[in-house]
Ligand binder design. Structure first.
Ligand code: SF4
Length: 373
């Protein structure tokens, strides 16, 4: 039996600050329906995290006395092979590589000894009112600085590190655990535009204290009896309760009625409200569509709808090698197509050259209208 406390997590702090009732609702829905399967983005993120963590740990262990002393080039190549073997697309594999290169550069830049590289480090957060959280990578300069690094593999947009509530909470715990007065946090988002791929924030003792107070206040509101439900796209978008939440339904109806009465929004704020409600309605609809698919896949019926066939998606694995092969064969234009990861536009001759690099996946079945009642 889940309770609200199970859903008060560092990664959800920003959403809980907006909607204090979110953990209570998530617990109620999960108890009723079971937890939802991970989205494809989240699954890819988990696989990528595992490969990155395992390979940084492999580097660390190999630096120990008697270890193999593996260099980063070997580690990064090994991770690329693992990503390909795990069926990840070339862009996903590139994201893994980007994170490993970042870890390598940070370890070198801050002169971190291998013993002070902590992968998937579990941090207790009882002082903040939470069960704890796991930081992707922690680098420690003993008694001076702790660096907390978070990989965001499945996301394109992310809160910048300096405003990231999850990392601030990690920072509070890390400064306590490692007895440092300063914490540096990095959010690494390989899919973001170049200038936003790595963002950093530094917190001194005063900023950490303020962050600790804010976090405790957010947790206390979420644990109060009958905490408020406050629908908002940013809070609801990843909430497990979005499909069932009465506050979301009311919000969508109210917005729709307001637009019907007032017409086109007249202010930036009103436009923001309308667009936010529209995006929330999309999310609500997606939730029901996925639930409908699961119902049909488990043998259920829904008048007027059936499952369509999954689509076949081709991509190029290990792009650098595939591009090199095409260049060797004098196919520069085709090499550019291969570098775009999509295999769909390759000529038959280019396909023949890199056939062994083309992987095929089948997407989940779609929901299609059916004439059958
Ligand atoms: S769906 Fe939105 S309003 Fe409802 S509990 Fe979740 S975050 Fe709060």
């Amino acid at each position: 039996m889940k309770t609200a406390a199970d859903f008060i997590r560092p990664s959800s702090l920003a959403a809980i600050a907006q909607c204090p009732g979110r953990p209570t609702m998530e617990a109620a829905v999960v108890n009723l329906e079971g937890d939802q399967p991970d989205s494809p983005e989240a699954s890819m993120g988990h696989r990528g995290h595992e490969i990155i963590g395992r390979n940084i740990e492999c580097w660390r262990l190999s630096q120990e006395p008697g270890g193999l002393g593996k260099g980063w080039d070997d580690i990064i190549a090994q991770a690329a092979d693992e990503a390909t073997a795990a069926g990840m697309s070339s862009w996903d594999a590139w994201c893994v590589r980007f994170c490993l290169e970042f870890a390598r550069d940070a370890i070198q830049k801050y002169g971190i000894e291998a013993d002070n590289v902590l992968v998937e480090h579990r941090m207790g957060m009882a002082d903040l009112g939470m069960a704890g959280g796991t930081a992707d990578l922690i680098l420690v300069v003993p008694f001076k600085l702790v660096i907390v690094i978070d990989w965001k593999l499945g996301y394109v947009e992310q809160q910048e590190a300096a405003d990231n509530d999850q990392l601030q909470a990690y920072g509070v715990s890390a400064s306590e655990e490692f007895k440092t007065k300063a914490v540096l946090v990095y959010v690494v988002t390989p899919r973001a535009e170049k200038e936003y791929r790595v963002t950093a924030g530094k917190f001194d003792a005063k900023a950490l204290e303020e962050s600790a107070c804010w976090t405790r206040a957010v947790v206390a509101r979420a644990q109060s009896p009958n905490p408020e439900l406050a629908p908002d796209y940013s809070a609801c978008v990843y909430c497990r309760a979005v499909r069932q939440c009465p506050a979301v339904k009311e919000h969508l109806v109210n917005t729709q009625e307001a637009l019907a009465v007032l017409g086109t929004p007249a202010t930036p704020e009103a436009w923001g409200d309308a667009i936010g409600a529209a995006k929330l309605a999309e999310k609500w609809g997606e939730g029901w569509k996925e639930a409908g698919k699961a119902h049909l896949m488990s043998g259920g019926q829904a008048n007027g709808f059936k499952l369509g066939a999954g689509r076949s998606i081709e991509s190029v694995a290990n792009v650098p090698e595939a591009v090199a092969k095409l260049r060797e064969a004098g196919m520069e234009a085709e090499a550019l197509e291969a570098a775009s990861i999509s295999a769909g536009k390759l000529t038959p001759a280019a396909r023949a050259v890199i056939e062994s690099y083309i992987t095929t996946k089948t997407s989940a079945p779609s929901l299609v209208a059916s004439k059958r009642a």
